[in-house]
Design a protein around this ligand. Structure first.
Ligand SMILES: CSCCC(=O)C(=O)COP(=O)(O)O
Ligand SMILES: [Mg+2]
Length: 261
């Protein structure tokens, strides 16, 4: 078995979700289709609720920022006099969500709505999050060795907690010391990793970030974070340069913590 030694200065392990702890297929074949199939009905049912209107406002703001992009779908502003046809407005939001999802965009607005939609499905027991079998045993071992374990995903913090709280391994939320999402910044921007370190109260070189996406790994590395790229079944391939440049692991069990020897 390949073994990757974790540098002694590392005290925090920061985990990506999709393609790292969890199969991409779970996200692409279960989570995302659930949103596409149910978004219209969800908006029709919850339209009058404050949370839903906040989600729509955020999506509208994002749509304004996206207006210069090819194929962008606008969400008209509400007139405020109650004369708007909700069905017309709902269809604009649905079309915008479909457009964003067709590009796998990671905007906070889209992720917030998705998280709110998944909540009902997880809480009703209709969905359970999948984790690779090496994840839970390894995380337990790291924590026993004194490591802190955080999650950084484009999925909203609320959605992350749903996944860890309703998984095929049971409720494993207690294994995570904290969560970060795109509210702290995008995963391909190195400043996000500096902010995460400062929020945790450590230096960037105290963190080891595990991700499947080389652009995220590069951004973290630029901030001084240690990285390993996780190669899982179904993940996008890496270029030869990426394979040479990054430390690669195919299972969390390949990480060796000197402190746990
Ligand atoms: C709570 S994760 C849901 C999956 C998701 O929406 C997503 O965008 C995954 O992104 P990641 O940063 O975990 O690769
Ligand atoms: Mg990922």
């Amino acid at each position: 078995m390949v073994v990757l030694s974790v540098p002694a200065e590392v005290t925090v392990i920061l985990l990506d979700i999709e393609g790292t702890t969890t199969p991409i297929a779970f996200v692409k074949d279960i989570l995302f289709p659930y949103v596409k199939e149910n978004v219209k009905e969800y908006l029709q049912t919850h339209w009058g609720e404050e949370e839903c209107q906040e989600d729509v406002s955020l999506l509208r703001k994002q749509a304004e920022e996206d207006s210069h992009l090819d194929g962008a779908v606008p969400i008209p502003a509400a007139s405020g006099n109650g004369a708007d046809d909700p069905q017309w407005m709902i269809q604009a939001v649905v079309d915008n969500v479909y457009w964003q999802m067709s590009l796998d965009r990671k905007t906070t607005a889209l992720k917030q709505l998705q998280g709110h939609m998944w909540r009902a499905a997880f809480k009703a027991g209709h969905m359970k999050a999948e984790f690779f079998e090496d994840v839970v045993p390894a995380v337990r071992k790291w924590r026993e060795a004194g490591m802190k374990v955080y999650v950084y995903s484009s999925g909203s913090v609320e959605a992350q907690k749903l996944l860890f709280g309703h998984s095929t391994e049971g409720d494993i939320l207690e294994l995570v010391d904290g969560h970060f999402d795109t509210k702290i910044g995008h995963k391909v921007e190195s400043e996000s990793y500096r902010k995460i370190a400062s929020s945790i109260g450590c230096s960037t070189n105290n963190i080891l970030f595990l991700t499947d996406v080389s652009r995220e790994a590069s951004a973290a590395e630029e901030a001084g974070v240690h990285v390993a790229v996780v190669v899982r079944p179904g993940n996008a391939g890496l270029t030869d340069d990426e394979k040479t440049h990054f430390s690669l692991i195919t299972s969390f069990s390949e990480l060796y913590l000197p402190s746990s020897a």
